[in-house]
Design a protein around this ligand. Structure first.
Ligand SMILES: C[S@@+](CC[C@H](N)C(=O)[O-])C[C@H]1O[C@@H](n2cnc3c(N)ncnc32)[C@H](O)[C@@H]1O
Ligand code: SF4
Length: 380
């Protein structure tokens, strides 16, 4: 029986960060004068309805569940626990199922983290972003750097097996030394996993407007590359290795949920705007939480659109995703033309020569900097 992972989208935040265009809403955006509790009140009931639909189309075992957002840690543990127990009732959830909670460092303490643990979570991912106050201020984050240390310590006290932090690099005004400070702060927390993402300027965000007005300037490509190489080197020195372009972990602490995405496995995304993929068919839900809830409560479809992937699309996607991973791509999965188009990158040091001789395409650190260009050579 095939496996299905679950992603559970929690579309609420206390305040929108200036750079973020994720499908998330503050109480004021959703209802004048409303509190988080009132706007999210029946949200989990709606998610449980979607789970009923999911159960008519998917069965088998569940290797991973990931609650992302938005800020899932804003909701009550007992509410998120209702989703976990329903999945456990209806599917065969492996005893070692990885169950991740995305958390804002401001929104948790030991007691709350213990409640989440009792609800079934065993992995936690904190949005740290930076340890440097002026960078956090430009990112428009609410937390101060000390809260991250407090939150990671609280997660350890609460007994989480795997703790991760997200970092962002390339914020306007961030120097290489600022970035070194942030990476070093993250590593000194003794976390098991780090994600480091280059800041993307998303259209329509406050950050995009600040850049357009000339109030902020994005760093140049050379600095971004130096920042990437620095986090890679520092993580390696701390006993972590990269397993995907933007992710480093101690052995055994790779995010199995994200690996499922990158291997194009089956997953069901619950919640507004969430994407799902089952056996080559992909679909996504209506975007707004109000539309999502009212459609489910009225018994109507929540599907926004769907697409059936062609053989060629599946092949191309498999290459695009696999190339991002340390495991790389077996050269015998590529045709002769593809191999000859990229062999030059081996001579130039962008592909690992020893792996290439063993029949595997694996990017070196320099190669990871130009991963998109190498993908374009393969997928034409
Ligand atoms: C959507 S957030 C959810 C976690 C939680 N709400 C938080 O921010 O702490 C997941 C991660 O996406 C990353 N992210 C969001 N917007 C981004 C952007 N424009 N560029 C790069 N990374 C971004 C951040 O690192 C963030 O931790
Ligand atoms: S980065 Fe996280 S906390 Fe900030 S608005 Fe986006 S989802 Fe919410």
């Amino acid at each position: 029986m095939k496996e299905t992972s679950f992603y559970v989208h929690i579309p609420y935040c206390v305040k929108r960060c200036g750079y973020c265009d994720f499908n998330t809403y503050t109480p004021t955006e959703l209802r004048d004068g409303g509190t988080l509790e009132t706007v999210s009140g029946d949200y989990i009931d709606a998610v449980l309805r979607e789970l009923e639909i999911a159960h008519t189309q998917s069965s088998g075992s569940v290797p991973t569940i990931f609650f992302g957002g938005g800020t899932p840690s804003l909701l009550k543990a007992k509410d998120l626990g209702r989703v976990i127990s329903t999945i456990k009732e209806k599917w065969n959830v492996a005893p070692d199922c990885e169950i991740t909670l995305e958390a804002n460092p401001d929104s948790v303490d030991v007691a709350k983290l213990q409640e989440f643990k009792a609800a079934g979570f065993n992995r936690i991912s904190f949005g740290m972003q930076s340890a440097v106050p002026h960078v956090l201020a430009t990112l428009d984050r609410t937390h101060n750097p000390d809260n991250v240390e407090r939150a990671v310590r609280a997660a350890r006290t609460a007994g989480y097996e795997s703790v991760s932090v997200d970092l962002i690099y390339g914020t306007p005004g961030e120097s290489l030394d600022d970035w070194r400070t942030s990476v070093s702060a993250a590593l000194s927390l003794g976390v098991d996993h780090i994600s480091a993402y280059a800041l993307i300027v998303e259209t329509g965000t406050k950050l995009a407007a600040q850049i357009k007005r000339g109030d902020l300037t994005m760093p140049d490509d050379d600095l971004m590359a130096d920042m990437y190489l620095l986090v890679d080197e520092m993580a390696q020195n701390a006993g972590m290795s990269w397993y995907e372009l933007s992710n480093w972990s101690k052995p055994g602490h790779e995010s199995r949920h994200n690996i499922a995405y990158w291997r194009n496995a089956n997953w069901w995304g619950l919640g507004p705007g969430a994407h799902s993929h089952l056996d080559g068919v992909r679909w996504w839900n209506v975007k707004h939480p109000t539309a999502y809830k009212s459609a489910l409560f009225a018994g109507n479809s929540i599907e926004q659109e769907r697409e059936v992937l062609t053989e060629q699309q599946l092949k191309d996607e498999a290459i695009m995703l696999a190339i991002r991973m340390r495991d790389g791509i077996s050269l015998n999965k590529l045709n002769k033309d593809q191999v000859s188009r990229i062999s030059g990158y081996c001579q130039s040091g962008h592909l690992d020569q020893a792996q290439w001789s063993n029949g595997t395409l694996q990017l070196t650190a320099q190669g990871r900097l130009i991963a998109d260009r190498i993908v374009r050579e393969l997928v034409v």
